[in-house]
Ligand binder design. Structure first.
Ligand code: MN
Ligand code: MN
Length: 471
């Protein structure tokens, strides 16, 4: 290398391409890491399923419920089956500050209405009315195989978990789209956003009836009989149920080089999985600072409610951690603890889309294969609604990543004034902690087939792992 070249390399910043620069061992590790990740995506398609999956894994690694008599250094807490936090207590007092990775586990989907089932007179079919959840493009959810997941509360109060349409021998469900031959007036004259009317996103649920049955709604009745035989439920049980339609497809490799993963719910289960495995793989680290992973619900609809990031759950969890660790759990010390802490708001960002480069600003957008994305701020317009991470903290996170050899890049979501989006970062920052958005770039975010790069998935995991044990 000449003297002139060295100077040039010192002067310029250039993000690195994982597949160009990483060792063969690292590339192999990235591919291996993606295998159990795909299984996780297939097994945890709803909030409740994710919580159950994570709890099961935590128990295998000797985590105990926070507050249990014999609970020691590895603890977790679940609230209403939809939000959870888990921690490994460090050697230093928690009030001196913890390291947290915080992701959300809810995903855009199509829910059944509370009175869903009806017999459609025009077609003589049993159908289900739906109400979508989160920011979906409605046209993506029609004419695609859907599985029914959820919870039905039985008359004795017990919870019946449902999953129908995932196994090969189980039926799937379809919201049929209109055939192109007859779509000229109904769809082609309309805006993309209006072409599929939410009131016409009804699921075709069944079509049979019993022979010689003269009942008025014999097809609906037959569908109810099927449901009753399968689950022991009646029509009234729908009223309190939480039933969700999610893609019935499995996640799988994508691309001729299999360098990508395509699957449903990667916003934000990719960051959830990376955070979960980062903590578990740090169990032998004997950290000085307490490591926490937090999974929130309702992010896709604004983080409200008793399981959203705006709820008291997280503060309560940290307060109880303080108490369990023999520290003061006063309101003042809880505030002090958060103000001493640092958090990665672990959520996905938009990766450069080869079909729509114009909505991104390349220099500040994530590119596939260039590592985990760091977003100093999110929001819309003039940074509206953003958490703007402090420069000192941005620099610190970059230092941590560089020291650990993590591939990273800046990850602004779109061009200024192109649109925008938010995460739970500002909610956590309101508690006083240093917070920055840090997550994987996806193509096709919020679609049924979101896509990530295995290099970025692995870099996200490695970044979270280094952050959790940082000082
Ligand atoms: Mn998200
Ligand atoms: Mn989202």
């Amino acid at each position: 290398m000449t003297k002139k070249d060295a100077k040039k390399n010192d002067l310029l910043y250039e993000r690195k391409n994982f597949f160009k620069d990483a060792s063969q061992a690292e590339q192999d590790a990235a591919f291996s890491y993606a295998e159990p990740y795909k299984e996780f995506l297939d097994q945890a398609k709803t909030v409740r399923e994710t919580v159950a999956y994570v709890e099961n894994l935590l128990k295998k690694h000797k985590f105990q419920a926070l507050g249990a008599k014999n609970a020691k250094k590895r603890v977790y807490s679940i609230f209403r089956g939809k939000t959870m936090a888990f921690a490994v207590i460090g050697s230093k007092p928690i009030s001196e500050g913890f390291n947290m990775v915080a992701a959300h586990i809810d995903t855009p989907r199509v829910d059944l209405k509370q009175n869903p089932l009806y017999e459609d007179a025009s077609s003589t079919m049993a159908c289900m009315r739906t109400h979508y959840y989160g920011g979906i493009k409605k046209y993506q959810w029609v004419s695609t195989p859907l599985a029914l997941h959820g919870a039905i509360i039985k008359k004795d109060g017990s919870v019946l978990e449902i999953s129908l349409g995932e196994k090969e021998d189980e039926p799937v469900f379809i919201i049929p789209d209109l055939l192109p031959h007859l779509a000229r007036k109904e769809q082609y004259t309309k805006n993309l956003a209006d072409a599929i009317d939410a009131s016409r996103m009804n699921l075709v649920f069944g079509g049979m009836q019993e022979p010689n049955n003269e009942d008025k709604e014999a097809v609906k009745l037959y569908a109810l009989k099927q449901l009753n035989a399968r689950y022991g439920i009646t029509e009234a049980d729908f009223i309190s149920a939480e039933l969700e339609l999610v893609p019935a497809t499995r996640s799988r490799d994508a691309g001729i080089d299999s360098s990508m993963v395509v699957g449903y719910g990667q916003d934000d289960r990719i960051c959830s999985y990376a955070a979960l495995t980062a903590l578990i793989d740090n169990l032998d680290a004997k950290p000085s600072k307490t490591m926490i992973v937090y999974f929130s619900d309702k992010e896709e609809v604004g983080s409200q409610g008793n399981t959203g990031a705006q709820s008291v759950f997280l503060e309560d969890f940290v307060g109880r951690l303080l108490k369990a660790n023999g520290e003061c759990d006063s309101s003042a010390n809880l505030r002090n603890t958060f103000m001493n802490s640092q958090i990665l708001s672990a959520d996905v960002t938009a990766a450069m889309d080869p079909n729509y480069p114009g909505v991104h600003e390349r220099q500040n957008a994530t590119l596939f294969n260039h590592g985990v994305g760091i977003s100093k701020f999110t929001g819309a317009g003039g940074k509206s609604g953003c958490n703007d991470a402090n420069a000192e903290f941005v620099a610190k996170v970059i230092r941590i990543f560089n020291d650990a050899g993590v591939y990273w890049q800046m990850g602004a979501l779109g061009k200024v004034d192109e649109g925008g989006g938010g995460t739970i970062a500002y909610i956590l920052a309101n508690l006083g902690a240093e917070v920055i958005d840090c997550g994987t770039g996806l193509m096709g975010m919020h679609s049924l087939y979101e896509m990530c790069s295995k290099a970025d998935l692995y870099s996200t995991y490695r970044g979270y792992k280094a952050f959790l044990t940082s000082l």
